[in-house]
Design a protein around this ligand. Structure first.
Ligand code: SF4
Ligand code: SF4
Length: 422
Protein backbone atom coordinates (compact mmCIF):
# COMPACT_ATOMS: atom_id res chain seq x y z
CA UNK A 1 0.00 0.00 0.00
CA UNK A 2 1.46 3.41 -0.96
CA UNK A 3 1.93 5.48 2.21
CA UNK A 4 3.00 8.89 0.88
CA UNK A 5 2.29 11.09 -2.12
CA UNK A 6 5.36 9.96 -4.10
CA UNK A 7 4.54 6.32 -3.59
CA UNK A 8 0.96 6.97 -4.62
CA UNK A 9 2.15 8.74 -7.80
CA UNK A 10 4.55 5.88 -8.55
CA UNK A 11 1.96 3.19 -7.94
CA UNK A 12 -0.24 4.47 -10.76
CA UNK A 13 2.50 4.36 -13.38
CA UNK A 14 3.53 0.95 -14.77
CA UNK A 15 7.16 2.02 -15.32
CA UNK A 16 7.67 3.43 -11.83
CA UNK A 17 6.17 0.49 -10.00
CA UNK A 18 6.88 -3.14 -10.88
CA UNK A 19 3.58 -4.14 -9.23
CA UNK A 20 1.57 -1.85 -11.50
CA UNK A 21 3.10 -3.12 -14.73
CA UNK A 22 0.49 -5.87 -15.02
CA UNK A 23 -2.36 -3.62 -13.96
CA UNK A 24 -2.14 -0.34 -15.84
CA UNK A 25 -1.68 0.28 -19.57
CA UNK A 26 0.25 3.18 -21.06
CA UNK A 27 0.02 4.84 -24.44
CA UNK A 28 2.91 6.66 -26.10
CA UNK A 29 2.06 9.48 -28.49
CA UNK A 30 4.66 9.77 -31.28
CA UNK A 31 4.44 13.53 -31.84
CA UNK A 32 8.11 14.51 -31.45
CA UNK A 33 10.31 13.52 -34.41
CA UNK A 34 13.25 15.98 -34.10
CA UNK A 35 16.25 15.72 -31.79
CA UNK A 36 18.75 18.31 -30.56
CA UNK A 37 21.69 16.07 -29.72
CA UNK A 38 23.39 13.09 -31.34
CA UNK A 39 24.05 10.12 -29.09
CA UNK A 40 26.69 7.84 -30.55
CA UNK A 41 24.48 4.79 -30.03
CA UNK A 42 21.55 6.21 -32.00
CA UNK A 43 20.67 5.95 -35.67
CA UNK A 44 18.12 8.70 -36.27
CA UNK A 45 16.36 6.71 -38.96
CA UNK A 46 14.61 5.14 -35.99
CA UNK A 47 13.10 5.94 -32.60
CA UNK A 48 15.06 7.54 -29.75
CA UNK A 49 17.26 4.75 -28.38
CA UNK A 50 17.20 6.36 -24.93
CA UNK A 51 13.73 4.85 -24.62
CA UNK A 52 13.27 2.35 -27.45
CA UNK A 53 15.01 -0.68 -28.88
CA UNK A 54 17.23 0.22 -31.84
CA UNK A 55 15.65 -0.34 -35.23
CA UNK A 56 12.13 0.51 -34.08
CA UNK A 57 10.21 3.01 -36.16
CA UNK A 58 6.95 4.61 -35.19
CA UNK A 59 4.35 6.56 -37.07
CA UNK A 60 4.31 10.33 -36.48
CA UNK A 61 1.09 12.02 -35.38
CA UNK A 62 0.11 15.67 -35.14
CA UNK A 63 -0.97 16.77 -31.64
CA UNK A 64 -4.63 16.78 -32.77
CA UNK A 65 -4.36 13.26 -34.23
CA UNK A 66 -2.60 12.05 -31.11
CA UNK A 67 -5.24 13.39 -28.73
CA UNK A 68 -8.03 11.99 -30.94
CA UNK A 69 -6.33 8.60 -30.89
CA UNK A 70 -6.47 8.51 -27.08
CA UNK A 71 -10.28 8.36 -27.36
CA UNK A 72 -10.14 5.43 -29.78
CA UNK A 73 -7.68 3.51 -27.59
CA UNK A 74 -9.57 4.26 -24.42
CA UNK A 75 -12.72 2.66 -25.76
CA UNK A 76 -10.86 -0.63 -26.00
CA UNK A 77 -8.44 -0.39 -23.09
CA UNK A 78 -10.27 0.30 -19.87
CA UNK A 79 -7.03 0.05 -17.84
CA UNK A 80 -5.37 2.92 -19.76
CA UNK A 81 -3.74 5.08 -17.07
CA UNK A 82 -0.69 6.84 -18.53
CA UNK A 83 -0.11 8.91 -21.66
CA UNK A 84 3.55 9.45 -22.49
CA UNK A 85 5.53 11.37 -25.09
CA UNK A 86 8.70 9.42 -25.84
CA UNK A 87 9.81 10.57 -29.24
CA UNK A 88 10.51 9.23 -31.74
CA UNK A 89 13.03 12.09 -31.19
CA UNK A 90 13.24 14.26 -28.09
CA UNK A 91 9.98 15.46 -26.52
CA UNK A 92 11.37 18.88 -25.56
CA UNK A 93 13.20 19.49 -28.85
CA UNK A 94 9.67 19.51 -30.34
CA UNK A 95 8.26 21.76 -27.66
CA UNK A 96 5.35 23.31 -29.59
CA UNK A 97 4.03 19.87 -30.55
CA UNK A 98 4.63 18.42 -27.12
CA UNK A 99 2.95 21.36 -25.39
CA UNK A 100 -0.08 21.25 -27.71
CA UNK A 101 -0.43 17.53 -27.00
CA UNK A 102 -0.16 18.02 -23.23
CA UNK A 103 -2.76 20.79 -23.37
CA UNK A 104 -5.09 18.46 -25.29
CA UNK A 105 -4.59 15.69 -22.73
CA UNK A 106 -5.25 18.03 -19.82
CA UNK A 107 -8.40 19.41 -21.41
CA UNK A 108 -9.92 16.19 -22.69
CA UNK A 109 -8.55 13.46 -20.43
CA UNK A 110 -7.72 15.07 -17.07
CA UNK A 111 -7.90 11.72 -15.28
CA UNK A 112 -5.02 10.23 -17.34
CA UNK A 113 -1.44 10.68 -16.14
CA UNK A 114 0.77 12.59 -18.62
CA UNK A 115 4.50 11.82 -18.70
CA UNK A 116 7.42 12.33 -21.03
CA UNK A 117 11.01 11.34 -21.64
CA UNK A 118 13.85 13.60 -22.73
CA UNK A 119 17.61 13.85 -23.11
CA UNK A 120 17.32 16.83 -20.74
CA UNK A 121 19.05 19.50 -22.83
CA UNK A 122 15.97 21.73 -22.58
CA UNK A 123 14.66 20.42 -19.27
CA UNK A 124 15.52 23.41 -17.10
CA UNK A 125 13.99 25.73 -19.71
CA UNK A 126 10.62 23.95 -19.82
CA UNK A 127 10.43 22.53 -16.28
CA UNK A 128 7.94 25.09 -14.97
CA UNK A 129 5.67 24.73 -17.99
CA UNK A 130 5.70 20.96 -17.55
CA UNK A 131 4.58 21.39 -13.96
CA UNK A 132 1.87 23.83 -15.02
CA UNK A 133 0.65 21.33 -17.60
CA UNK A 134 0.27 18.67 -14.91
CA UNK A 135 3.18 16.42 -15.88
CA UNK A 136 3.95 14.34 -12.81
CA UNK A 137 6.49 11.84 -14.19
CA UNK A 138 9.56 12.67 -16.28
CA UNK A 139 12.30 10.37 -17.58
CA UNK A 140 15.69 11.96 -18.27
CA UNK A 141 18.58 10.11 -19.89
CA UNK A 142 21.88 10.93 -18.18
CA UNK A 143 24.78 8.79 -19.36
CA UNK A 144 27.61 10.74 -17.81
CA UNK A 145 28.30 13.47 -15.25
CA UNK A 146 31.82 14.04 -16.57
CA UNK A 147 31.97 16.38 -19.60
CA UNK A 148 35.21 14.76 -20.83
CA UNK A 149 33.57 11.36 -20.86
CA UNK A 150 30.41 12.83 -22.40
CA UNK A 151 32.48 13.83 -25.42
CA UNK A 152 32.90 10.12 -26.15
CA UNK A 153 29.15 9.46 -25.86
CA UNK A 154 27.68 12.38 -27.81
CA UNK A 155 28.74 13.42 -31.30
CA UNK A 156 27.24 16.85 -30.67
CA UNK A 157 24.79 18.96 -28.75
CA UNK A 158 22.75 21.72 -30.41
CA UNK A 159 22.56 24.44 -27.78
CA UNK A 160 21.23 27.92 -28.60
CA UNK A 161 21.84 27.46 -32.30
CA UNK A 162 25.42 26.23 -31.88
CA UNK A 163 26.36 22.63 -32.64
CA UNK A 164 29.34 21.48 -30.62
CA UNK A 165 31.09 18.46 -29.12
CA UNK A 166 33.40 20.57 -26.93
CA UNK A 167 33.59 20.27 -23.13
CA UNK A 168 31.53 23.48 -22.71
CA UNK A 169 28.65 21.99 -24.73
CA UNK A 170 28.83 18.76 -22.71
CA UNK A 171 28.85 20.76 -19.46
CA UNK A 172 25.78 22.66 -20.69
CA UNK A 173 23.94 19.40 -21.33
CA UNK A 174 24.80 18.16 -17.84
CA UNK A 175 23.94 21.45 -16.13
CA UNK A 176 20.56 21.59 -17.85
CA UNK A 177 19.80 17.96 -17.02
CA UNK A 178 20.62 18.37 -13.32
CA UNK A 179 18.97 21.79 -12.99
CA UNK A 180 15.82 20.42 -14.66
CA UNK A 181 15.75 17.41 -12.33
CA UNK A 182 16.14 19.71 -9.32
CA UNK A 183 13.39 22.07 -10.40
CA UNK A 184 10.92 19.29 -11.14
CA UNK A 185 11.64 17.06 -8.17
CA UNK A 186 11.34 19.95 -5.72
CA UNK A 187 7.79 20.42 -6.92
CA UNK A 188 6.85 16.79 -6.53
CA UNK A 189 7.49 15.47 -10.06
CA UNK A 190 8.82 11.90 -10.02
CA UNK A 191 12.05 11.63 -11.95
CA UNK A 192 13.32 8.42 -13.47
CA UNK A 193 16.81 8.56 -14.98
CA UNK A 194 17.71 6.25 -17.84
CA UNK A 195 21.39 5.36 -18.18
CA UNK A 196 22.68 3.46 -21.19
CA UNK A 197 25.48 1.15 -20.04
CA UNK A 198 28.07 1.34 -22.82
CA UNK A 199 30.79 -1.33 -22.61
CA UNK A 200 34.24 0.16 -22.33
CA UNK A 201 32.88 3.72 -22.26
CA UNK A 202 30.80 4.63 -19.18
CA UNK A 203 30.48 1.35 -17.20
CA UNK A 204 32.79 2.29 -14.33
CA UNK A 205 31.25 5.75 -14.14
CA UNK A 206 27.61 4.67 -13.69
CA UNK A 207 27.57 4.62 -9.83
CA UNK A 208 28.76 8.23 -9.94
CA UNK A 209 25.91 9.14 -12.30
CA UNK A 210 23.39 7.47 -9.99
CA UNK A 211 24.67 9.38 -6.96
CA UNK A 212 24.65 12.69 -8.82
CA UNK A 213 21.07 12.30 -10.07
CA UNK A 214 19.98 11.16 -6.62
CA UNK A 215 21.45 14.34 -5.15
CA UNK A 216 19.51 16.33 -7.76
CA UNK A 217 16.23 14.65 -6.78
CA UNK A 218 15.73 11.58 -9.02
CA UNK A 219 13.79 8.77 -7.40
CA UNK A 220 14.59 5.83 -9.68
CA UNK A 221 17.25 4.84 -12.20
CA UNK A 222 16.86 2.53 -15.16
CA UNK A 223 20.24 1.13 -16.26
CA UNK A 224 19.75 -0.11 -19.80
CA UNK A 225 21.96 -2.30 -21.98
CA UNK A 226 23.63 -0.85 -25.05
CA UNK A 227 22.06 -2.62 -28.03
CA UNK A 228 24.39 -1.62 -30.85
CA UNK A 229 22.26 0.07 -33.52
CA UNK A 230 23.35 -0.56 -37.05
CA UNK A 231 24.49 2.67 -38.69
CA UNK A 232 25.37 4.33 -35.35
CA UNK A 233 28.88 5.32 -34.27
CA UNK A 234 28.77 2.60 -31.57
CA UNK A 235 27.58 -0.13 -33.97
CA UNK A 236 30.90 -1.95 -33.49
CA UNK A 237 30.60 -2.20 -29.69
CA UNK A 238 29.36 -5.41 -28.06
CA UNK A 239 25.86 -5.52 -26.63
CA UNK A 240 25.91 -5.13 -22.82
CA UNK A 241 25.14 -8.51 -21.31
CA UNK A 242 22.12 -8.98 -19.04
CA UNK A 243 24.51 -10.23 -16.38
CA UNK A 244 26.56 -7.02 -16.45
CA UNK A 245 23.42 -4.89 -16.33
CA UNK A 246 22.09 -6.89 -13.35
CA UNK A 247 25.40 -6.60 -11.50
CA UNK A 248 25.45 -2.85 -12.06
CA UNK A 249 21.85 -2.52 -10.87
CA UNK A 250 22.73 -4.43 -7.70
CA UNK A 251 25.68 -2.13 -7.14
CA UNK A 252 23.59 1.02 -7.64
CA UNK A 253 20.62 -0.23 -5.64
CA UNK A 254 22.35 1.08 -2.49
CA UNK A 255 21.90 4.63 -3.82
CA UNK A 256 18.51 4.54 -5.56
CA UNK A 257 15.77 2.02 -6.41
CA UNK A 258 16.39 0.35 -9.76
CA UNK A 259 13.90 -0.26 -12.53
CA UNK A 260 14.23 -3.85 -13.70
CA UNK A 261 11.19 -4.27 -15.93
CA UNK A 262 11.79 -1.73 -18.71
CA UNK A 263 10.75 -3.07 -22.11
CA UNK A 264 12.47 -0.37 -24.23
CA UNK A 265 9.11 0.35 -25.80
CA UNK A 266 8.29 1.93 -29.15
CA UNK A 267 7.50 5.66 -29.29
CA UNK A 268 3.93 4.62 -30.22
CA UNK A 269 3.61 1.73 -27.74
CA UNK A 270 0.10 0.99 -26.40
CA UNK A 271 -1.03 -1.44 -23.70
CA UNK A 272 0.59 -3.24 -20.81
CA UNK A 273 4.39 -3.01 -20.83
CA UNK A 274 4.70 -6.68 -21.73
CA UNK A 275 1.88 -6.71 -24.26
CA UNK A 276 2.28 -4.06 -26.92
CA UNK A 277 -0.98 -3.58 -28.83
CA UNK A 278 0.10 -0.59 -30.93
CA UNK A 279 -0.24 -2.57 -34.19
CA UNK A 280 -4.00 -2.85 -33.58
CA UNK A 281 -4.36 0.91 -33.56
CA UNK A 282 -1.99 1.90 -36.31
CA UNK A 283 -3.29 3.25 -39.60
CA UNK A 284 -1.10 1.58 -42.18
CA UNK A 285 -0.91 2.71 -45.76
CA UNK A 286 -1.79 -0.06 -48.22
CA UNK A 287 1.07 -2.22 -49.42
CA UNK A 288 1.90 -1.32 -53.02
CA UNK A 289 1.22 -4.90 -54.11
CA UNK A 290 -1.80 -5.40 -51.93
CA UNK A 291 0.04 -8.47 -50.81
CA UNK A 292 1.72 -7.23 -47.65
CA UNK A 293 -1.32 -7.87 -45.54
CA UNK A 294 -0.86 -11.49 -46.48
CA UNK A 295 -4.59 -11.87 -47.05
CA UNK A 296 -4.61 -11.79 -50.78
CA UNK A 297 -2.12 -11.81 -53.60
CA UNK A 298 -1.27 -8.63 -55.45
CA UNK A 299 -0.61 -8.34 -59.15
CA UNK A 300 1.93 -10.77 -60.60
CA UNK A 301 5.54 -9.80 -59.96
CA UNK A 302 7.64 -9.26 -63.00
CA UNK A 303 10.13 -12.10 -63.08
CA UNK A 304 13.76 -11.09 -63.28
CA UNK A 305 17.11 -11.12 -61.63
CA UNK A 306 15.93 -8.96 -58.73
CA UNK A 307 13.28 -11.31 -57.45
CA UNK A 308 13.97 -12.68 -53.96
CA UNK A 309 12.35 -15.00 -51.49
CA UNK A 310 12.18 -13.52 -47.99
CA UNK A 311 10.87 -14.98 -44.71
CA UNK A 312 9.26 -12.58 -42.22
CA UNK A 313 8.36 -13.00 -38.54
CA UNK A 314 5.11 -11.18 -37.84
CA UNK A 315 2.27 -11.70 -35.42
CA UNK A 316 -0.52 -9.76 -37.11
CA UNK A 317 0.83 -9.73 -40.69
CA UNK A 318 1.29 -5.96 -40.66
CA UNK A 319 4.54 -5.27 -38.84
CA UNK A 320 7.79 -7.13 -38.33
CA UNK A 321 7.00 -7.54 -34.65
CA UNK A 322 8.27 -10.95 -33.57
CA UNK A 323 11.58 -12.29 -32.30
CA UNK A 324 12.92 -15.08 -34.54
CA UNK A 325 12.80 -17.50 -31.61
CA UNK A 326 9.20 -16.56 -30.72
CA UNK A 327 7.79 -17.06 -34.21
CA UNK A 328 5.44 -19.98 -34.65
CA UNK A 329 5.35 -19.47 -38.40
CA UNK A 330 7.23 -17.66 -41.12
CA UNK A 331 5.50 -15.59 -43.77
CA UNK A 332 7.27 -16.34 -47.03
CA UNK A 333 7.21 -13.51 -49.58
CA UNK A 334 8.45 -13.22 -53.09
CA UNK A 335 9.57 -9.65 -53.60
CA UNK A 336 11.52 -7.32 -55.83
CA UNK A 337 11.47 -4.63 -53.13
CA UNK A 338 8.64 -2.72 -54.79
CA UNK A 339 6.02 -5.37 -55.19
CA UNK A 340 5.57 -8.35 -52.91
CA UNK A 341 3.44 -11.46 -52.91
CA UNK A 342 2.80 -13.64 -49.92
CA UNK A 343 3.53 -17.18 -51.09
CA UNK A 344 2.77 -19.12 -47.93
CA UNK A 345 2.69 -19.19 -44.15
CA UNK A 346 5.19 -21.85 -43.02
CA UNK A 347 4.95 -23.32 -39.52
CA UNK A 348 7.98 -23.02 -37.24
CA UNK A 349 8.60 -24.62 -33.84
CA UNK A 350 8.91 -21.85 -31.25
CA UNK A 351 12.11 -22.28 -29.26
CA UNK A 352 12.79 -19.13 -27.28
CA UNK A 353 11.08 -18.39 -23.96
CA UNK A 354 12.71 -14.99 -23.70
CA UNK A 355 15.04 -15.92 -20.85
CA UNK A 356 18.13 -17.01 -22.71
CA UNK A 357 16.78 -20.57 -22.83
CA UNK A 358 16.65 -20.35 -26.60
CA UNK A 359 20.42 -20.44 -26.91
CA UNK A 360 20.44 -24.05 -25.68
CA UNK A 361 17.62 -25.32 -27.92
CA UNK A 362 19.87 -26.21 -30.78
CA UNK A 363 17.71 -28.80 -32.45
CA UNK A 364 14.70 -26.47 -32.70
CA UNK A 365 16.87 -23.75 -34.14
CA UNK A 366 18.36 -26.14 -36.61
CA UNK A 367 14.84 -27.21 -37.56
CA UNK A 368 13.77 -23.60 -38.19
CA UNK A 369 16.86 -22.86 -40.21
CA UNK A 370 16.28 -25.96 -42.37
CA UNK A 371 12.81 -24.64 -43.13
CA UNK A 372 14.31 -21.51 -44.62
CA UNK A 373 17.01 -22.88 -46.89
CA UNK A 374 15.05 -21.81 -49.99
CA UNK A 375 15.00 -18.18 -48.75
CA UNK A 376 17.45 -15.41 -49.59
CA UNK A 377 16.79 -13.44 -46.41
CA UNK A 378 14.97 -13.38 -43.10
CA UNK A 379 13.40 -10.18 -41.81
CA UNK A 380 12.83 -10.35 -38.07
CA UNK A 381 12.47 -8.00 -35.10
CA UNK A 382 15.29 -9.62 -33.08
CA UNK A 383 17.39 -12.75 -33.35
CA UNK A 384 19.98 -14.47 -31.15
CA UNK A 385 23.57 -14.38 -32.29
CA UNK A 386 23.84 -18.17 -32.76
CA UNK A 387 20.74 -18.44 -34.92
CA UNK A 388 21.95 -15.46 -36.94
CA UNK A 389 25.33 -17.04 -37.54
CA UNK A 390 23.72 -20.29 -38.68
CA UNK A 391 21.47 -18.51 -41.13
CA UNK A 392 24.41 -16.55 -42.50
CA UNK A 393 26.39 -19.78 -42.83
CA UNK A 394 23.56 -21.05 -45.06
CA UNK A 395 23.85 -17.91 -47.17
CA UNK A 396 20.64 -16.45 -45.73
CA UNK A 397 20.85 -12.73 -45.03
CA UNK A 398 19.39 -11.51 -41.71
CA UNK A 399 17.72 -8.11 -41.48
CA UNK A 400 16.58 -6.91 -38.05
CA UNK A 401 13.74 -4.45 -38.34
CA UNK A 402 10.61 -3.31 -36.50
CA UNK A 403 8.96 -1.64 -39.44
CA UNK A 404 5.92 -2.44 -41.54
CA UNK A 405 6.45 -5.66 -43.48
CA UNK A 406 6.55 -3.66 -46.71
CA UNK A 407 9.51 -1.59 -45.46
CA UNK A 408 11.26 -4.67 -44.07
CA UNK A 409 11.01 -6.40 -47.45
CA UNK A 410 12.32 -3.30 -49.20
CA UNK A 411 15.25 -3.14 -46.78
CA UNK A 412 16.04 -6.81 -47.36
CA UNK A 413 16.04 -6.39 -51.13
CA UNK A 414 18.33 -3.35 -50.89
CA UNK A 415 20.80 -5.36 -48.80
CA UNK A 416 20.58 -8.35 -51.16
CA UNK A 417 21.20 -6.18 -54.20
CA UNK A 418 24.11 -4.50 -52.47
CA UNK A 419 25.52 -7.88 -51.53
CA UNK A 420 25.20 -8.98 -55.14
CA UNK A 421 26.99 -5.86 -56.38
CA UNK A 422 30.13 -6.38 -54.24
FE1 SF4 B 1 18.75 9.49 -30.58
FE2 SF4 B 1 17.26 9.92 -28.44
FE3 SF4 B 1 19.90 10.45 -28.40
FE4 SF4 B 1 18.24 12.00 -29.80
S1 SF4 B 1 18.27 11.73 -27.58
S2 SF4 B 1 20.19 11.17 -30.54
S3 SF4 B 1 16.74 10.51 -30.57
S4 SF4 B 1 18.95 8.43 -28.60
FE1 SF4 C 1 8.32 2.26 -19.36
FE2 SF4 C 1 10.71 1.45 -20.31
FE3 SF4 C 1 8.54 1.35 -21.84
FE4 SF4 C 1 9.54 3.72 -21.16
S1 SF4 C 1 10.52 2.19 -22.42
S2 SF4 C 1 7.37 3.12 -21.21
S3 SF4 C 1 10.30 3.28 -19.10
S4 SF4 C 1 8.87 0.21 -19.96
Amino acid sequence: MPCNESELLASKHPCYSAESQHKFARMHLPVAPACNIQCNYCNRLYDCVNESRPGVTSEILTPAQAVAKIGVVRERLDNLAVIGIAGPGDALANWEKTRATLVGIREQYPDLIPCLSTNGLLLSQYAQELIDLGVGHVTVTVNSVDPMLSQKIYAYVDAAGVRSNGPAAMQKLLDNQLAGIRLLSRQGVLIKVNIVMIPGVNEAHIPEVVQAVKAAGASLTNIMPLIPASGSAFAHLPQTSNKDVSTMREKCQVYLPQMRHCQQCRADAIGLLTQDRSAEFRELPACPSGGCSGKKSGPAIEQGKSLFRVAVTSKYEKLVDQHFGHAERFLIYETDGIRSNLLESRSAPKYCNGNGYCESEREFKQENIKKLTDCDAVVTMRIGSQAKERLLAQGILVVESCTEIREGLEMAVQHLLLQRAV
